[in-house]
Design a protein around this ligand. Structure first.
Ligand code: ZN
Length: 332
């Protein structure tokens, strides 16, 4: 599969009457594609995937979910946002290879961070070598696997929410106000819930909803330990809403998980959006909703860099760094 074929899969939902819009932009200016199913008033939930570059199987899963619940009578009294591919720049590198990066400076920078290898099939980060699911402001930098310099995975960024994809997803979440979120990752066939410091009452609420998701998927439900800076963590910590990470695909499969596994993964996850929405409606029944302005929800900030401007900015950053190094050598 190529990156364009992945994007085409998402866009193909338009043929069935679903509207595809942008939740925001990537560092290189790519659109972060999203859709909405159901009613814009009432309880909303948000499902996102593809935040790790090599995990694009989750985007394909969400396309199937959206296709199959569109026009479903069960989606009433609320709606579901799908943000299909939160890290499009990273997914393109995994799917099309390192030569898809047009800018030579960026390409060489990434290859050197990848230990000199041109095999990017295991890549997780965005174009800035930041692991987006560690860049959110939720006990940022406190995870047991965090690293603190640019790397193909686990680099938390130079400061919380430094990355445009993270800023995009946060802004989109604040505009759409979901009362539950699900983050799809691969792999392991497991559901994570909770966050250190969450109140006992909220942990109990999240566990109860998580049990329903666990029963439907057949995946065990596990309380999160030693994880910080993720989107799920931020939703629980800042918004106080139930949020889950669902890892799809058996642990015995290799990254990236092949498309031939999609039917089985879809079977396990087909009812997750409906159950999550029903449970969110149930726990939020006493909340009064004002119907949002849909125009406002779809409005995204389009200011910012694109592929060309990124390349020249990186060059000037590297130039300044080497000028500083030679200045330091002279001084000594
Ligand atoms: Zn992941």
């Amino acid at each position: 599969m190529t990156y364009q074929e992945l994007v085409n899969q998402i866009l193909s939902l338009q043929d069935e009457g679903l509207e595809i819009f942008n939740a925001g932009k990537s560092v290189l200016g790519k659109n972060i594609l999203a859709t909405h199913v159901g009613s814009y008033s009432g309880t909303q939930i948000l499902i996102q995937g593809g935040i790790h570059a090599r995990e694009y199987i989750t985007s394909l899963l969400m396309v199937e979910q959206a296709r199959n619940i569109f026009n479903n009578d069960l989606v009433k009294n609320g709606g579901i946002y799908f943000v299909f591919l939160t890290n499009p720049d990273g997914a393109e590198i995994v799917l099309d290879g390192i030569d898809s990066v047009g800018c030579e400076i960026t390409r060489n920078y990434l290859i050197s961070a990848n230990g000199g290898s041109r095999d990017f099939s295991q890549y997780k980060a965005n174009i800035n070598l930041v692991d987006l699911n560690t860049n959110f402001d939720a006990e940022w930098g406190g995870g047991s696997q965090n690293v603190f310099c640019p790397a193909t995975e686990d680099f938390v960024g130079f400061y919380p929410e430094s990355e445009r994809e993270v800023e995009s997803l946060i802004n989109f979440t604040l505009r759409t106000r979901p009362l539950l979120t699900i983050s799809y990752h691969s792999k392991g066939n497991v559901i994570y819930y909770g966050f250190d410091g969450e109140s006992e009452a909220n942990i109990e609420r999240d566990r109860a909803i998580g049990e329903s998701l666990s029963a439907s998927t057949g995946y065990p439900l596990i309380f999160t330990e030693n994880s910080t800076g993720g989107y799920k963590d931020w939703c629980i910590n800042s918004l106080k809403i139930p949020a889950y990470t669902i890892e799809v695909g058996s642990d015995s499969l290799a990254h990236p998980i092949g498309i031939e596994n999609l039917p089985e993964i879809y079977q396990q996850n087909k009812d997750v959006p409906i159950i999550a929405l029903e449970k969110a409606i149930e726990y939020s029944k006493d909340i009064d909703f004002t119907t949002p302005n849909v125009q406002n929800i779809h409005k995204e900030n389009t200011d910012g860099p694109n592929e060309k401007s990124y390349c020249s900015r990186l060059q000037s950053k590297l130039d300044r760094r080497s000028a500083y190094r030679s200045f330091n050598r002279k001084r000594q």
